[in-house]
Every structure is written in C-alpha cells, then in structure tokens.
Design a protein around this ligand. Structure first.
Ligand code: GLN
Length: 257
C-alpha cells in the first residue's frame, strides 16, 4: 500500500513539475492557475426511489440526500455526480471504488460496518408498517404469519425476517411493495418512516400503524481505506450541522408535523 502511495505521490510531483515547466514555457497569457474543469469529482451512489431523501424531479435526482451531498461537495471543492442504482448495489460500489460515497437514507448497521465506514449520522429515522385502512392488523405482533412486502436489502427486510411465520415479498423499489399492498398481494409493508408518509399520501386507502420499530441513524458510507475522505466529510457535516444548513435542507423536504 505504502509503495502504491509513494508511486502516486511521485507521479503527482512529476506532474506538478511538468505543469510548472509547461506554464513557464508558455509566453503571453498563461492559464489562470485554476485548473478549470478538472475539479475533483465526488461520485455518490444512491437509489433514487426513496422520497423525500432521493427521487426524480424530471431527469434530476433531488431530495435531502442529494442536497446534503451537494453541500458537502461544495465545501470540499468537489463536483458532485449522482449514480442511481439498486439499493443493494450501493455498498459494493463504494467498496470497489465505483462510487466515493453511498448516500441513500442508509441506516448504520453492524453488518454494513463490516464492509464500509460510516460518517457521523446526519439524521434519525424509524421503520414503520404501512397497512390498508381496513386492515385487521393492529400491532406489530399481529404481523405474525402475514405476507409482508419489503424493499430488498433494506433494514425493513432484515426486521421482517424476524417476524414469525411471515412470508416475505422483496421488491427493488419501496413503491412496488406499496403497489402490491394496494392490490392485496401483501398484508403490510415495512419501510422507513418518511418514505412511508410520502407513499401513504400518494395512495388512497393506506395508513401507518401507530406502533413502530427501533430508531435508526442514517449516515454516509465511505470505503474503509478512504479515511481521508471520511474525515473531510465528517468535518463538512459538522459545519453543516452547526450552521443550521443541514436542518434547513431537511426542513425544505419534511414539513413540520
Ligand atoms: N434505511 C433503510 C436501510 O438503510 C432503507 C434505505 C433505502 O431504501 N434507501 O436499509
């Protein structure tokens, strides 16, 4: 690893020297010194099916996470690129360096910590149960033996696995699970609270069960060996928290309730 690093720094030094020579060699108007256009990219892996954290508005991915990522990239002087993918591909793409960060309403879990590092949390959430308004399910207990829709690879999926005798239907998108609930193919959907609220608003005849599961924390996933980026992100997050900017972004998408 050290060897790789020293080769990289050698190349960087050479590049700096060569650039210096080239600049010195040019007469007249030299480039402004800003390496315009070559700003370092911050590639964010997400699954843009998770309102209000990430979703499409036309062809653009918007939402709390998209704006948070933009604010962090701005602070780090980086240019944000968003890569939309299946939720269960995000960790792998961060691990393999295809993306620099995973920002996807992603809950910090012990399992995920085996594969990636997480920033300090930027918000809290909960898992909730979506039901049809006329459902006979009145508590989490009543989910025993039921057919439950979840989004593949999410913490909702993990919780549902512990429900006795339940049959799990796994979907790529939370919205697909909700459509199945509408069609009577599943009895309940377990998903994060804020997306649940959006889905219930968008679909008539649904409600959220009063009882919910444990509190979760969302954080930004970074490759384990990229401690430099992790530190920078944590510092940027700290600034965004203390300046009130993070809260402003959240408030823009989540109206007071
Ligand atoms: N918070 C959940 C998880 O991390 C769901 C995230 C999502 O579907 N985008 O598993």
């Amino acid at each position: 690893m050290k060897k790789v690093l020293s080769i990289v720094s050698l190349c960087v030094c050479l590049a700096v020297i060569l650039t210096g020579c080239a600049a010195a060699g040019t007469t007249g108007t030299a480039p402004s010194g800003q390496d315009g256009g070559s700003q370092k990219k911050l590639v964010m892996a997400t699954n843009a099916e998770f309102p209000p954290y990430e979703y499409y508005e036309g062809s653009e991915v918007v939402g709390i996470d998209a704006e948070l990522a933009k604010a962090i990239a701005d602070k780090l002087g980086m240019e944000l690129t968003i890569e939309d993918m299946a939720f269960d591909s995000i960790i792998a793409s961060v691990q393999t360096g295809k993306a620099d960060v995973g920002i996807a309403g992603m809950t910090v879990t012990e399992d995920r910590l085996q594969n990636v590092s997480f920033s300090t949390p930027y918000t809290e959430s909960r898992q909730v149960v979506i039901l049809k308004e006329d459902s006979d399910i009145a508590s989490v207990e009543d989910l025993t033996g039921k057919t439950i829709g979840v989004q593949l690879g999410t913490t909702g999926d993990i919780f549902a696995e512990d429900i006795e005798n339940a049959t799990l239907e796994r979907y790529n998108k939370g919205m697909e699970a909700v459509q199945s609930l509408n069609q009577g193919k599943v009895d309940a959907v377990i998903i994060d609270m804020m997306p649940a609220k959006v889905f219930v608003e968008q679909n008539e005849g649904l409600k959220i069960l009063d009882e919910d599961f444990a509190v979760e924390e969302y954080a930004i996933a970074v490759a384990k060996d990229n401690t430099e980026l992790l530190d920078k992100i944590n510092a940027a997050l700290e600034e965004l928290k203390s300046s009130g900017e993070l809260q402003k972004i959240i408030d823009k998408y989540i109206s007071a309730q």
